[in-house]
Design a protein around this ligand. Structure first.
Ligand code: PMP
Length: 440
């Protein structure tokens, strides 16, 4: 292991001097992570952490998974790049596997280098296919930070930055616990959201291109509508010829345990027309993509290339990672270990006023925090818990409305012992944060 000298404060100052002010950093003393193994990472001071955020779900299987490292090293030793102008065996093989797994009939796959580029491409395809720049998106959504992706992002920290040429219409349904329908039971909630969608469509002159939606909102705080909402939406969309884009950047590859893709919780009316993926599939390599019905994918009136999309090195990583995921049934592991973790955390939450709700599925778990006494959503509590967990050797994420939800999404090889250890550390951190808030 290479020794990395500890200079985190100096590095922080240099970071601030040269990187954008809007590039967020976690922690009062930002963390410099130098290496990882399995479900653990180490910082430059040599501290070890149980990683419950996996670099925002980018570490799908495990840190430094030997199978992926070997595949990447072998590929790097042969050739790093040729571009899409030449045939590439790993690209065809990975595309074949993803096309089959996607559930989309007659699927075509286009590889990108990020989730943002996947969103951008999906919007490009949908707008070209439908010859319309009108897009439906969900309130509180996040789809990336390119010009078009920000234009369909309903999350408050990003949406004001957009001067997008897309005409975006936001609809209800993304966050079950907020908005005018929050008090309704699941069935009535879906009915109300469908009526809202129909109302929004009535107010357009027609020709909306697509609806883009995350089955479980990620940045939005790991919050999901009741199962079946998008199936009900689908019926309306189909009547108008509107495409459904399912953003599976966070929910794909079995992370939610019950399903391989998030859209499958809404499967009654079939798969989406387009699906986007990124983050975990490369296990840290910048790999994303779009799957679409051939008719939609091939509608692009272009004769194009992608310089880095589908590069042999990311394809090698994706193939090795996906093979490991399927051979070790990590979806099943996410369901079992994630279920246990949710149960443990609900037990912890029952004794604490600072927790409003533990929600989620598989290894995509949100813990929404409030100020004890007032019950107001508390980003301050989330920051306190993040710091207190870090001090105890546990990394978690945060997000959601005002940043008041802890986000838990460990690598999908998480063991029962690690889940129990993490739940215990988080319980201590929550207690400490509650004590501070009550005392303040
Ligand atoms: N879609 C979703 C649902 C995401 O969570 C993200 C990233 N947080 C993106 C798109 C954008 O991906 P990237 O950061 O790789 O550009």
């Amino acid at each position: 292991m290479t020794h990395v000298p500890h200079d985190a404060p100096g590095l922080h100052a240099r970071h601030q001097a040269v990187l954008p002010s809007w590039l967020a950093l976690y922690y009062d003393r930002p963390l410099e992570i130098t290496h990882g193994e399995g479900r653990h990472v180490w910082d430059a001071e040599g501290n070890r952490y149980l990683d419950f955020f996996g670099g925002i779900l980018t570490t799908m299987t495990a840190h430094a998974l030997p199978e992926v490292t070997k595949a990447v090293a072998e590929q790097a030793g042969r050739i790093l790049h040729t571009s899409t102008l030449y045939l590439s065996r790993p690209m065809v093989e990975l595309a074949e596997r993803i096309a089959t797994l996607s559930g989309i009939p007659d699927a075509r796959v286009f590889f990108t280098t990020s989730g943002t580029e996947a969103t951008d491409t999906a919007l490009l395809l949908a707008t070209c296919y439908r010859r319309s720049n009108q897009i439906l998106a969900m309130r509180n959504s996040y789809h990336g930070r390119s010009f078009s992706a920000v234009g369909v992002t309903g999350n408050h920290s990003w949406s004001p930055t957009s001067l997008s040429p897309l005409q975006t219409l936001y609809v209800h349904g993304g966050i079950r616990t907020r908005g005018p329908y929050a008090h309704l039971n699941d069935r009535d909630y879906i009915t109300a959201c469908v009526a809202d969608l129909e109302d929004v469509l009535d107010q357009t002159a027609g020709g909306v291109a697509a609806l883009i939606a995350e089955p479980v909102q990620g940045v939005g705080g790991f919050t999901a509508p009741p199962d079946g909402l998008y199936a009900a939406f689908r019926e309306v969309l189909a009547r108008h010829g509107i495409l459904w884009i399912s953003d599976e950047v966070q929910t794909g590859w079995g992370r939610t345990g019950d399903h391989f893709w998030g859209w499958q919780a809404h499967a009654d009316n079939g798969p989406p027309d387009l699906l986007t993926f990124a983050k975990g599939i490369g296990n840290g390599m910048s790999l994303g993509g779009v799957v679409a019905r051939a008719e939609v994918m091939n509608s692009l009136p272009a004769n194009s290339i992608s310089t880095f999309g589908g590069s042999p090195i990311t394809m090698a990583a994706g193939l090795a990672n996906l093979t490991y995921l399927l051979e070790h049934d990590l979806q099943g592991n996410a369901r079992r270990v994630g279920g246990l973790l949710i149960e443990r955390l609900r037990g912890v939450a029952a004794g604490l006023d600072v927790v409003r709700e533990v929600r989620g599925r598989g290894l995509m778990i949100g813990v929404e925090l409030v100020r004890p006494g007032t019950g107001d959503r508390s980003p301050e509590a989330a920051s306190l818990v993040l710091e207190a967990a870090r001090e105890r050797g546990l990394l978690v994420g945060k997000g959601g409305q005002g940043g008041a939800t802890l986000r838990i999404a460990p690598p999908m090889t998480l063991t029962v012992a690690e889940a129990e250890e993490g739940a215990e550390l988080l319980a201590q951190a929550l207690e400490e944060a509650q004590g501070r808030l009550v005392g303040s």
